[in-house]
Design a protein around this ligand. Structure first.
Ligand SMILES: C[S@@+](CC[C@H](N)C(=O)[O-])C[C@H]1O[C@@H](n2cnc3c(N)ncnc32)[C@H](O)[C@@H]1O
Length: 266
């Protein structure tokens, strides 16, 4: 589904503008589980698609001694991620570059594992993102994604409005499974319920235990984010983001939206 951008800034925009280090539900517990299912080990070549600020790429390299290439469409994200890798003393093993996940700038069959954390639903064509992930992974290699997934039946209109406000397109569990299969992934497994509890949507910080969505960002981070939103979108942007956030968390608390981890092999 193509989003039209009528409710900008979206929840995704606000999280990205906010500058926080890790950007997906399930937080680090889910990143750790992703690494476990990927069976990361020394020497493997990993592609982190939509690598954001590089937090997960750096973690994978540090913990499992793997070589990571991160690719992200945002120049600002790539810059910050590269700086973070340098600070961690890992710039020879973790590299970031600009690229669109729908047209990955890599040859076929290059990586042992290709991961996409929370960004398959953002671009216009999620199927293309999955096709590309399968294309660049080696034969027998693994692809892993985690994404927002509907837990209850909603009307098409409700889904569409929600996706516009969220800035990403959640799908039904069966839709994700069908798309992975269509991309060429085999032996697909998934974990859904354990990553779908509402708390998972605010346990997104790396080093901070958050018990309520209101505390995802500190007061200072919130003020900084609002200032940036005001500068970019004006006063209407502030009202829009407050409404988008309210609708987002209400949908999560009503148990309508969950989060699922998928693994497939080529
Ligand atoms: C929700 S964040 C996820 C970042 C990181 N994977 C994480 O979990 O912390 C989404 C990221 O996707 C990137 N992105 C959006 N559209 C993209 C595209 N078409 N190709 C590559 N990256 C994209 C954004 O710049 C942002 O860094």
């Amino acid at each position: 589904m193509k989003r039209k951008g009528i409710y900008k800034p979206t929840v995704e925009d606000a999280i990205e503008i906010g500058g926080i280090e890790t950007l997906h539900p399930g937080g680090f517990a889910l990143t750790q589980r992703t690494a476990e299912l990927a069976e990361l080990k020394k020497g493997l070549k990993i592609l982190d698609v939509s690598s954001g600020r590089g937090t997960q790429s750096i973690f994978y390299s540090k913990e499992f001694n793997v070589e990571v290439t991160g690719v992200d469409i945002s120049e600002e994200m790539v810059k910050t991620a590269s700086l973070n890798a340098e600070k961690a003393g890992l710039n020879s093993k973790v590299k970031f570059q600009i690229g669109d996940s729908q047209f990955l700038p890599f040859d076929n069959n290059v990586f042992d594992v290709v991961i996409n954390e929370c960004a398959v639903g953002i671009p216009d064509d999620s199927q293309k993102v999955l096709n590309e992930m399968v294309r660049v992974v080696k034969q027998g290699g693994k692809i892993l994604i985690h994404e927002s997934t509907w837990r209850k039946n909603l009307s098409a209109e409700e889904k569409e409005e929600f996706s516009e406000r969220y800035g990403t397109t959640p799908l039904e569990l069966t839709e994700w499974l069908d798309m992975l299969e269509k991309a060429g992934a085999k032996k697909i497994i998934y974990e859904f319920e354990q990553w779908s509890e509402p708390e998972m949507f605010w346990k997104i910080r790396k080093d901070r235990e958050v018990k309520h969505w209101f505390f995802i960002m500190s007061i200072t981070e919130k003020l900084k984010t609002m200032k940036r939103i005001f500068t970019k979108y004006g006063i209407r942007g502030i009202f829009t983001i407050l409404k988008n956030e309210r609708i987002f968390f209400r949908t999560v608390l009503q148990g309508k939206l969950g989060y699922a981890l998928f693994k497939g092999e080529k």
